[in-house]
Design a protein around this ligand. Structure first.
Ligand code: ZN
Length: 94
């Protein structure tokens, strides 16, 4: 079985333009919602990769809540992430 040349299955691809745009859009929503750039970016990755795979929220944003409009659109996972449900807040124990 030969697969058609020049055509890859989506799973083999790096981030698509559409995914990158989605990531940026989600990140911007979290920035507007009051998170810092870094944590908003993590939250956007959380939606794409899973919240248990990303870094914990920084102390800058840990424990923050989000506007209902954002929760309506993206669900409460980010709120739970900010509350430390997926990962413990980073305390630099090294
Ligand atoms: Zn932050």
């Amino acid at each position: 079985m030969k697969s058609p040349p020049g055509r890859k299955r989506p799973i083999d691809r790096p981030e698509t333009v559409r995914q990158a745009k989605t990531w940026e859009g989600v990140k911007n929503e979290y920035v507007i919602a009051g998170l810092c750039n870094g944590c908003a970016g993590q939250a956007a990755y959380g939606h794409q990769l899973g919240f248990h795979k990303i870094h914990s929220p920084g102390l800058c944003c840990a424990g923050k809540t989000l506007p209902e409009s954002v929760i309506d659109r993206h669900g409460s996972r980010a709120v739970r992430w900010l509350a430390g449900e997926f990962t413990a807040p980073s305390e630099d124990v090294t």
